[in-house]
Design a protein around this ligand. Structure first.
Ligand SMILES: Cc1cc2nc3c(=O)[nH]c(=O)nc-3n(C[C@H](O)[C@H](O)[C@H](O)COP(=O)(O)O)c2cc1C
Length: 356
């Protein structure tokens, strides 16, 4: 990079050339996308929340066969086998463990003892303060415009709030709404150390999402997403489809029977047995005070996402997406995305400097 501000503390912490992260999107961020991202100089994060332990073992081998660069793995802190997965990350010398929610202290300690960096995603300032006390290595801040599970505060407000709360103790990675070099420079101006993107990397030729699904994303306008709690009980930003409209108009009385029916319909697809699901459900209730209806809905979510993101069935599935989808209309390679962002950031910085 010719502007030295584009080489940030995040680059040094995780060992990447560019301060850009591809996030661990369930069913989307597989070995191919992760390796392509890492080989292009950014940090790729493998999605393992939707993988079995054995699938994760296989995917780790695939990533390592295609790149010798640092990469990360996204995990569910409340997964029944979270500790075993952390041990696997340690034995495989994975650089970064990323978590959708704050991981327990014992998991953080386990990862740190094995030299793995811990980077939780947060959607509120108070979460930043909490995880800093636990000794995380960086935080990924996702503003409300971001895809998937999301909060109510937009990136433009949450990012400066969190940067101030963190006060330089660890690098802050900005997420939610980023897609170009101007956004990277803006994030750095707010005090972030880099950007992370989900939707932009989903819409690359390196992501394995079926073409019909990518087509639907490309056609979506900036107003084409909605935040719904009807998928799994917590706010989830998804493409607005006929199925989502139907879920949105359903009442609490009809949603529990539907959740049970869906769980029964999908349990074979997921290979998840009822016994495992109940065990996991109990753990989820304990960790997040969810109702059984929410637990069942949550158990459905991976299957509803899989139906579209893997099977290509856009009518029966749910598609997580950021609002930035409305600003994206092409399917470049991950390498092109990263190169464009860095070239755009350099040009933006030159423009801000004015004629010398
Ligand atoms: C299809 C999709 C699946 C996602 N799955 C996960 C996940 O499994 N774990 C996670 O921590 N975040 C997940 N996210 C959130 C992203 O990691 C990221 O924070 C978000 O996409 C950033 O906003 P953007 O879409 O505007 O770039 C997902 C997002 C999308 C779009």
């Amino acid at each position: 990079v010719s502007h030295s501000v584009l080489h940030t503390p995040l680059c040094d912490l995780v060992g990447i050339r560019f301060p850009v992260v591809q996030t661990g999107m369930g069913w989307v961020a597989g070995a191919g996308l992760v390796a392509a991202t890492c080989n292009a100089g950014a940090l790729g994060i493998l999605a393992s929340a939707t993988m079995t332990y054995d699938e994760l073992v296989k995917a780790l081998a695939e990533v390592k066969a295609s790149t010798n660069q640092s990469f990360g793995v996204n995990l569910r802190a409340d997964a029944p086998d979270a500790a075993a997965r952390c041990d696997l990350l340690v034995s495989e010398q994975v650089k970064v463990a990323s978590f959708a929610q704050a991981p327990r202290q014992d998991l953080i300690d386990r990862l740190h003892a094995g030299g793995v960096l811990v980077v939780p995603s947060i959607g509120a300032k108070r979460h930043a303060e909490k995880v800093l006390d636990w000794g995380v290595d960086a935080v990924l801040v996702q503003g409300g415009e971001g895809g998937g599970h999301t909060g109510a505060v937009p990136t433009s407000l949450l990012l400066p709030q969190v940067v101030d709360a963190v006060a330089g103790r660890v690098p802050v990675i900005a997420a939610g709404g980023f897609f170009d070099g101007r956004g990277l420079v803006a994030a750095l101006a707010y005090g972030a150390s880099g950007i992370a993107m989900g939707t932009r990397f989903l819409l690359t030729s390196d992501s394995a999402v079926p073409d019909a699904v990518k087509g639907l994303y490309l056609a979506a306008p900036v107003t084409g997403t909605v935040v719904t709690t009807k998928v799994d009980g917590v706010p989830h930003r998804v493409l607005r489809t006929a199925l989502v409209d139907k879920l949105e108009s359903s009442t609490a009385v009809t949603s529990l029977p539907r959740a049970i029916a869906n769980a029964a319909r999908f349990r074979k697809v997921g290979g998840q047995r009822w016994r495992d699901m109940l065990r996991e459900g109990r753990a989820m209730r304990k960790s997040s005070e969810m109702s059984w209806a929410q637990v069942l809905q949550a158990a459905n979510t991976p299957m509803l996402l899989r139906e579209s993101m893997v099977e290509g069935n856009v009518e029966a599935g749910v598609m997580a997406s950021g609002q930035v989808v409305g600003l994206i209309d092409d399917l470049p390679s991950a390498k092109d995305v990263i190169e464009r962002i860095m070239a755009g950031a350099e040009a933006t910085l030159s423009r801000l400097e004015g004629p010398t």
